[in-house]
Design a protein around this ligand. Structure first.
Ligand code: SF4
Ligand code: SF4
Length: 425
């Protein structure tokens, strides 16, 4: 029998009545999207369990750890180095809001023409309808897009907020500046946790996060096989979404277990899609939990997503941090070098993203690319034509989709995706 979490949520000062409305719709959405799939890998049972009690299991763990004196840091961006928090014996949890449920509350404080991820995130905190947002001891924001920067100012009135200054170019001096910023963040983590971060501790946490990267990459590796698709994109997305919330050691363990099963599926020829199913690479803005909308539409329209080039995909785990450094300064630089290889549209220039997409198209044997943009995300939208031009010149069909968290456009999107898949042959 499911555990009643109302005592936990009440102790976190949540708006129980409104939150119950969210709890009432999530199981249905999860069932429709995930449990309707056939032949899912057994390894997905772990993520099914987590998501079935998504506002219970992990929040309870975090509260239990806080009771032992540990601190919880909430983050919104793949540029924030988890390694530093873990080196201070802190815990990191992702916070990005992926549901329309939180958007109206966010719109009370933010302009309506702002990306839904930002509005949902603020709405979840100020509406007191997400336990993760209530649990955090401190939020770590970053200077990426303008919308998030301004949202953090409003959120900072309600919760302790630390902002990392992220450069917007990638010259050597920018990478050095980010290394300095990581050193400042280390001092912040020490202050919040009361724990000293030594070179040994940071070296250890660099290894932990590298192991998580390797495990997630191992799962993705199996998706490159051109004959067998051992896992749906929808399931792979769920693994990635929960990677932001989970303990990194357990995440690596579970991903490695899943990868082993998928590797065996490749040997046995067990595919979750019929032979010849068109292979899609999805690129663009991140898909925060529980945003499963596009994956569900695409994978029930006759295609399979074999790779996500975004922050809930390859950007999260590609490139390891150099483990050979022995001094804190050397590690700050190594961390900065790794993180500054993420190709976010907030940077200029960002041509490396186009090169990366082209490479992934080859690596994952992709038939077509779907470039997706969350409504009102100007940075990703602005660079879309350049990306699409290069793909077209390379003979790779591409579909451009702009959407939000509502289901208002689901029918229209389905029609467009079906036409695109048909066009792929
Ligand atoms: S898309 Fe850019 S701003 Fe958003 S999480 Fe990724 S790196 Fe951060
Ligand atoms: S999707 Fe775009 S606008 Fe929204 S938070 Fe990410 S970078 Fe900012």
């Amino acid at each position: 029998m499911a555990v009643d979490r109302h005592i936990l949520w009440d102790s976190l000062g949540m708006d129980l009545e409104t939150h119950d409305q969210l709890c009432a719709v999530l199981p249905q959405a999860f069932g429709d999207v995930f449990l309707s799939q056939e032949n899912r890998p057994e390894g997905m049972a772990f993520w099914d369990m987590v998501v079935a009690d998504v506002h219970g299991i992990r929040p309870q763990e975090l509260v239990d750890e806080q009771a032992k004196g540990r601190k919880v840091f909430g983050t919104f961006c793949t540029y924030v180095p988890d390694e530093v928090v873990i080196a201070g014996d802190g815990i990191v949890t992702g916070l990005c809001g992926g549901s329309q449920f939180w958007v109206p509350e966010g719109e009370k404080y933010l302009p309506a023409d702002m990306c839904p991820l930002i509005k949902a995130s603020l709405g979840a905190r100020l509406g007191r309808t997400c336990p993760f947002f209530r649990i955090v001891d401190q939020i770590v924001g970053e200077t990426t897009c303008d919308g998030k920067k301004k949202m953090y100012e409003i959120m900072a009135e309600d919760v302790p907020m630390y902002i990392m200054n992220l450069p917007h170019m990638k010259r050597p001096q920018d990478i050095a500046a980010f290394a300095d910023e990581i050193a400042l963040f280390k001092a912040n983590v020490e202050e919040v946790t009361g724990n000293e971060i030594t070179a040994e501790k940071l070296a250890e946490s660099i290894k932990i996060i590298n192991e998580r990267r390797k495990a997630l990459a191992r799962v993705f590796e199996t998706r490159k096989n051109k004959d067998v698709i051992p896992i749906s994109g929808t399931d792979a997305l769920l693994m990635m979404q929960i990677a932001f919330f989970d303990d990194p050691v357990r995440c690596a363990q579970m991903a490695n277990n899943l990868a082993a099963e998928l590797e065996q599926r490749l040997v046995d020829g067990v595919s979750v899609f019929p032979k010849g199913t068109k292979r899609i690479l999805l690129t663009g803005t991140p898909l925060a939990i529980p945003n499963w909308k596009l994956h569900h539409i695409i994978e029930t329209a006759g295609a399979a997503i074999v790779c996500e080039e975004n922050c809930t995909g390859t950007k999260f785990f590609t490139n390891l941090v150099d483990e050979s450094q022995t001094t804190l300064e050397g590690m700050y630089q190594a961390l900065a070098e790794r993180y500054m290889k993420i190709n976010c549209a907030c940077f200029t220039p960002n041509k490396a993203r186009i090169d990366e997409v082209l490479q992934l198209v080859k690596d994952y044997n992709v038939d077509g690319v779907i470039n997706t943009n969350l409504k009102f995300c100007t940075t990703f939208k602005t660079e879309a034509p350049a990306l699409e031009k290069v793909l077209e010149e390379a003979g790779i069909p591409v579909l451009d989709i702009e959407t939000d968290y509502t289901d208002n456009d689901a029918g229209q999107l389905r029609t467009r995706v079906e036409a695109f898949v048909e066009m792929l042959g």
